[in-house]
Every structure is written in C-alpha cells, then in structure tokens.
Design a protein around this ligand. Structure first.
Ligand code: C2E
Ligand code: MG
Ligand code: MG
Ligand code: MG
Length: 275
C-alpha cells in the first residue's frame, strides 16, 4: 500500500515519498531536456577474451551529459515515460554511426552490444530502422549485438520471441543480460534466440564472497551445454579474473580491464592485449 488515507480522509504523503517523487520528477525533466537538446552520450566498455587477452567486443552504455545520474536510475524512468523508444533509436543510430567512423579510421572494429529494453517491443519498426542504418553506414550486421533481459518475456512470451527472432533473421546476434538476478530459468537458455549469456556482477560477487565458485562454474557449464558463451561482468581485480578463468569462463567485462570509456579512448585500446 503506497498511499494511505489519514483520519480526516485526506491522502497524505510522507517525507520519503515526497523526496522520491521530486527525484523522479527531476529525472523526467532532465530526460526530456536531454532528448530535446541531444544531451546523451555513449561510453563503451571492452569485453576481453580470457583465452587470448584480446578485446573481443564492447558494450555501449548510455550517459546524460549534464548530470551524473546512473542509467540504473534514469532508464527505468525513461521506460515508464515511454521515451525509451526514442532513446533506444538514438543509441542504435549513434552506435552504428560510431562503428562506421572507427572503420573509416582504419581500426580493427569489434562488435558493439546495445542494450534493449522490454518497452522497446512496442517499437514495431525497430528492425527496419536498424537494417536501414546498417545499409546507410555500410556496417555489417556482425558488428552489432542486442542485449535483452528475461523481463522481455514477462508480458507475452510468444510476441516477444517473435520480435526477437526478427533480429536473428537479420543476422544480428543476441545476449541474455543480467542472468542470475531474476528467475533465471534454464528454459530461457534453450528457448531464447541468443548466443551469449551475461552473468550479472551481483551473482559473481555474491558467490565469490561466499567461496562458492562451484556455483559459477556450474552456470558456465550449463550455458556451454546450450552452446552459449558466458560473459562474466563486474571483474574488478586480477584474482577474480583468475578464478573465472579456472571456472572455464571465456569472456569478461569489468573495471579491472577498463571502465566504460568515450569513443576516442576506444581507438587507443581496441588492439590492446591484456595479460
Ligand atoms: P548492464 O547492461 O548490465 O551493464 C553493465 C553495468 O555494469 C554498466 O553500468 C557497467 O558500467 C557496470 N560495470 C561493468 N563492470 C563493472 C565493474 O567491474 N564494477 C562495477 N561496479 N560496475 C561494472 P551502467 O553503465 O551504469 O549501466 C547500468 C544499466 O543501465 C545497464 O546494466 C543497463 O541495464 C542499463 N543501460 C545502460 N545503457 C543503456 C541503454 O543504452 N539502453 C538501455 N535500455 N539500458 C541501458
Ligand atoms: Mg548490458
Ligand atoms: Mg549486464
Ligand atoms: Mg545489469
């Protein structure tokens, strides 16, 4: 129960609720402003192969230019407002434009993952939008990847699967993000048209802290049973990287290697080999 009626029958809000409302209202204003004035930017975090030490891909992560709000905070608001649809298109456009620009610079560009929110299922024209962008910028579908979470299946599984299969038809690969934070049914691993599973940082941190690396190892093996590559997130130090390597993990992403960086910095690290 969020609101309660007082003795006199008036609805009242407590201080925490007002604070929360103000915060949300503030974010709404910042989001609308960012959309109007193009005040978004993308940062890119490398994904590293534990086998070769090379960067095998990047994840594009959204930021607002004029404030420090985390996407963990503003994306849910954008989802609620529905503006995530326009934002999602902006992100796709920016990523593809960026890939074309890196390629023009002669760089050995790696695939870039784009986060896709469940609300974007409403964007029926998104596949065509992507396809047209890739054609316009002459970028191969191999260079983009779509990250979805299991929440995408919440409302209507068949409709969602139908939507996701259209990415597959375009030859765009998909990853299941935030694995281990929700219900994480084995069923998702076999029924989604994905090629990767991203094990959430909270899962890694929790089981390493509890000295239960066998749990992580088993999740990796389970993923491999379905021919899925497991990407471990939130690798912040060398020992975690080593443990994951022992667990059979192929790809890692985390501050130990690099925080998300701007597109200029990507140029300097694209060919870097990590030991
Ligand atoms: P995500 O897709 O699971 O992205 C991974 C998040 O973990 C990123 O946070 C990344 O900076 C952070 N991270 C990676 N390695 C480490 C590490 O070693 N330590 C710590 N402490 N954090 C690490 P970020 O950029 O704040 O994004 C948070 C979430 O916001 C993302 O989680 C994603 O769900 C959402 N998001 C970000 N950009 C977009 C976007 O363009 N579209 C949509 N729909 N969602 C986005
Ligand atoms: Mg992601
Ligand atoms: Mg993730
Ligand atoms: Mg996440």
């Amino acid at each position: 129960k969020v609101k309660e009626k007082g003795k006199n029958g008036y609805l009242y809000f407590n201080e925490d609720m007002i604070k929360a409302l103000n915060e949300k209202a503030k974010i709404e204003i910042l989001l609308r402003e960012a959309i109007r004035e193009n005040n978004f930017k993308l940062v890119y975090q490398p994904q590293i192969s534990l086998i070769t030490g090379k960067t095998v891909g990047f994840e594009a992560l959204l930021r607002m230019k004029n404030n420090e709000y985390s996407p963990d905070v503003f994306i849910p608001v954008a989802e609620e407002l529905g503006t995530i649809v326009a934002i999602g298109r902006w992100v796709a456009n920016e990523v593809i434009k960026q890939i074309a620009s890196w390629q023009k610079d002669g760089l050995d560009v790696k695939p870039v993952a784009i986060n896709f929110s469940p609300r974007q299922l409403n964007d029926r024209g998104f596949h065509k939008y992507l396809k047209d962008l890739l054609l316009e910028y002459n970028v191969s579908t191999d260079f983009i990847e779509i990250e979805v979470t299991e929440n995408i299946l919440i409302d209507n599984i068949d409709e969602a699967l139908n939507y996701l299969n259209k990415f597959k038809e375009l030859n765009i690969s998909m990853a299941l993000d935030d694995f281990g934070t929700g219900f994480s049914s084995i069923n998702y691993l076999s029924s989604l048209p994905i090629s990767k599973v991203k094990l959430d940082k909270s899962v890694i941190w929790r089981y390493l802290k509890e000295n239960k690396e066998d749990v992580i190892k088993t999740i990796i093996q389970l993923s491999n049973c379905f021919d899925l590559t497991l990407v471990a997130e939130g690798i912040e130090d060398k020992s975690t990287a080593q443990i994951l390597k022992h667990c059979g993990c192929e790809i890692v992403q985390g501050y130990y290697y690099s925080k998300p960086v701007d597109s200029e910095t990507v140029k300097e690290m694209i060919d870097k080999t990590y030991s």
